[in-house]
Every structure is written in C-alpha cells, then in structure tokens.
Write a protein that binds this ligand. Structure first.
Ligand code: HGY
Ligand code: MN
Ligand code: MN
Length: 416
C-alpha cells in the first residue's frame, strides 16, 4: 500500500469556490441560505452537485428517499465502498456550511484523487442525504433514518409540512424520487465532515474535532388548548390564555435543562400560535420541546419532568394539553477504528485536534447503526450555526477536508 504522505492535501481554493457557488442557490436574506428540503431550490442545488460529480467521472445513484450517491470505482469491485457525505438542505435561516461542507468536501476528495490519479481498493461514494434538517418535515435526519431502518418509507412519505404538503409528493414533484431501494446499499464505512455548530473548537484553538460520540435528542410536540377571546373586553379572571400557559411551560423547560447542567440543553424552536391575531387571546398553541444530553437517562428524566410540570400548569389554568413524541435518538458512540483513522490523520497532517461529543444531530448518527461510522468537525466562528451569519475560515474547511481525505484513503487502501 502506498504510504499516505503528510503533504497530500486537497485543493483548498477549489473547495471554497464550490462552497460559494452552492451558496448562491436558495439565498437567504442575510448572507446565508434558505434551501429547504424538497423545494425547487433544493432541486437546483442537487442538479449542480450532480453535474459536478458527473464531471468528476462519477456514476450517480438515487434512492426512493432522494438520497444521492456519487460513485467512484475502486480496483476491487467486490470491496464494499467507503461512503462520505452529509446534506445540502438548509434551515430557513441557515448558513452556507451546515451540511454543505460535508457533501462538497466529499466531492473535493474525488477531484483530488483524480488530479493525483490515486486508486483505492474500495470504491468511494459521496452522499447527499435528503432532509437532514427536519425543519419543513420533522423529524431531523429523516432519510438517513429510513436508510438505517429507523423509519418506514411510507411513514416518511406521509410527513406533511405546515401547508399540508406530503414529503413523498414534494419529492416526486421536484423530480428527485429515485428507484433504488432505500438501505439496500452496504457500506464498508461512513465518514462525515461537519462544522461543529458550537464554540468548543474555536475556544480551545483546535483545527479538528475527533468526534467520539453524539449527544441524544428528544422532540416532544405539545398542544395546549384554551379559548379564543377578545383581548380588550374579556376580564382577566375569565381568560383561558394558551399563550400564557405556554410561556409558563417554556420557563419550566429552561429550569429542567439547567437542573441537569452542564451538559443538558432544552428549548422550543418551533412555536405556532392560533389564531395569531393581535386582538385575540390565543386559544391554541402548538410547540416542540427540543431536549438533548449525552446521557440517555437525563433525556428520559427531562421528558418525564416536562410532562408532569406542563400537565400541572394546564390543570391549574383549566386548559387541555397533549404530548406527542415527534423525533429523537439515543446518544451515539462512533466506531473506534474509524475514529482512530480520523485522529491519526489529524496527527499525520499536524493539525491541532481534540476529542469531541457532537452537540448537534447528524446523518452519521443514524448511519452508525448500519456501518462503522465516524465524524470530523471543524470550528465555526463564535460557535454560531442555524443562523445566516454562520461562518468558517477557508483554512478550517481545508484542514477538515484534508483529514477526511487521509482517513478515507487509510480505510479505502491505496493501490498502485
Ligand atoms: O437538529 C440537529 O441537531 C441537526 O442540525 N438537524
Ligand atoms: Mn447539519
Ligand atoms: Mn443543521
């Protein structure tokens, strides 16, 4: 096996140009992106990615959840491929790098290997997982979840957005519903490069996060029913203000998370108020509580506390409350061999690095159930993400992609 020299690096300018080119598709209003899943903008980004992959000599695969696979042959057709990748869909006020870096770093790997005529025993496949964000269609990581056997395809197809449009219909409408059976593909390993979306690497002055674990996630959708009434003529004691009940519940969410400091977190990012009129007391609110922790017992305890406390608040206020679990996954331990390939790649390249637990969820968290998986993280400015001003440096992007290249080549086995 040819040794992987520490001077083997990707083309940083080309990677950065591709990131900036993709960022032009589905622009936001403040410098980021709004390229939500199975929208026309998502389709446009998919076409650009596909065109680039074909120009790099890949053959393209597409499964029934719209997951895209760009295949580069290995020298041993019987060897299972090494997969890399992430997601091209964004939040409504997303950044230019969340997910996109993981997909386009995979493409840059193939471009670099083509430049240097590097051959590997195992084929290499670059993946774009559909609907990682879970913002238009809950839950997050929907399609990697179907691939890993967590969700059925029918259940996924029936997810509806705020306008009542079904996921499967929208995937069909944009023309990216493939024929491949979801999950039929077998992997030798999966590596995902992703921005940290938190402050640790930047604060510690590290270029690379060697992700050993991912924290678990729980999404509980809460519906509180009070009574619509006039904000002016309804005496205070007569009101059944669902918005007020929600405010008291959200205050409890903060207390519950803080009671499990320092690692637990909790918030509600999704809130719908009905009828959402300036002079009507809200008769109904629907909101989703997002609890996370590296410890499953803590997540379970926070979920239980939420139900008890929220029920007590609504009982005292004479309102109805319903709970529905709409997403979640247990904390994840990534594959030690793959994690070591990442760590030794960072060491070989001389990049500062540290072990890290991922605060955000990623497709790798589900793929870890069906293949040896590891993640690489790069810092992001002020740890900010899911914000249009999300920013990384070209150097950080290149260092992360260099580590991805070396970890993949070590695993895919260079041949002459
Ligand atoms: O929710 C998450 O952690 C991911 O960004 N979808
Ligand atoms: Mn992401
Ligand atoms: Mn995200």
């Amino acid at each position: 096996m040819a040794a992987i020299g520490e001077n083997l690096k990707i083309n940083s300018e080309r990677l950065w140009d591709s990131l900036m080119e993709m960022a032009k598709i589905g622009p936001g209003v403040a410098g980021g992106n709004n390229r939500q899943t199975v929208t026309d903008e998502d389709s446009e980004g998919r076409h650009l990615f596909q065109d680039w992959c074909k120009a790099a000599g890949c053959t393209m695969g597409l499964d029934q959840m719209g997951n895209m696979f760009a295949h580069r042959d290995g020298t041993d057709p019987d060897a299972l491929p090494i997969y890399v990748g992430s997601h091209l869909d964004t939040q409504p006020t997303g950044g230019k790098y969340d997910g996109v870096l993981g997909v386009l770093s995979g493409l840059e790997l193939l471009r670099t290997m083509n430049d240097l005529d590097i051959k590997t025993k195992h084929p290499i496949v670059v993946t774009n997982w559909t609907n990682e964000e879970g913002t238009r269609y809950a839950p997050a990581m929907l399609s990697s979840g179907v691939f890993a056997g967590i969700h059925t395809q029918d259940w996924a197809y029936d997810r509806v957005d705020a306008e009542g449009k079904a996921f499967g219909d929208e995937l069909q409408r944009i023309g990216w519903r493939g024929d491949e059976e979801v999950g039929a593909r077998k992997m030798h390993a999966f590596f995902e490069l992703h921005i940290e979306q938190g402050p640790i690497l930047e604060a510690e002055g590290k270029q690379i996060g060697v992700v050993t674990h991912g924290q678990g996630l729980s999404w509980t959708q809460v519906t509180i029913t009070g009574k619509d009434a006039h904000t002016g003529s309804t005496p205070m004691p007569m009101r059944k203000n669902a918005g007020l009940a929600m405010a008291r519940v959200l205050n409890k969410v903060e207390e519950i998370a803080l009671s499990h400091a320092p690692h637990a977190v909790g918030a509600a990012g999704h809130i719908d108020v009905y009828p959402n009129s300036r002079n009507v007391i809200p008769g109904k609110v629907v909101f989703t509580i997002d609890f996370r922790s590296p410890d499953l017992a803590v997540i379970t305890d926070m979920e239980a506390c939420l139900r008890v406390e929220a029920q007590a608040i609504c009982d005292a206020m004479g309102m109805e409350i319903e709970f529905e679990k709409v997403g979640g996954f247990d904390p994840v331990a990534f594959d030690e061999t793959c994690v070591q390939a990442v760590r030794s790649a960072a060491e070989r390249l001389g990049y500062s690095h540290m072990d890290l637990i991922s605060g955000a969820g990623h497709d790798a968290c589900w793929i870890n159930k069906v293949a040896p998986t590891a993640m690489i993280m790069c810092p992001c400015v002020d740890g900010l993400s899911h914000n249009e001003t999300e920013e990384i440096s070209q150097e950080w992007a290149a260092a992360g992609t260099d580590v991805l290249l070396h970890a993949v080549l070590e695993t895919a086995i260079i041949t002459t």
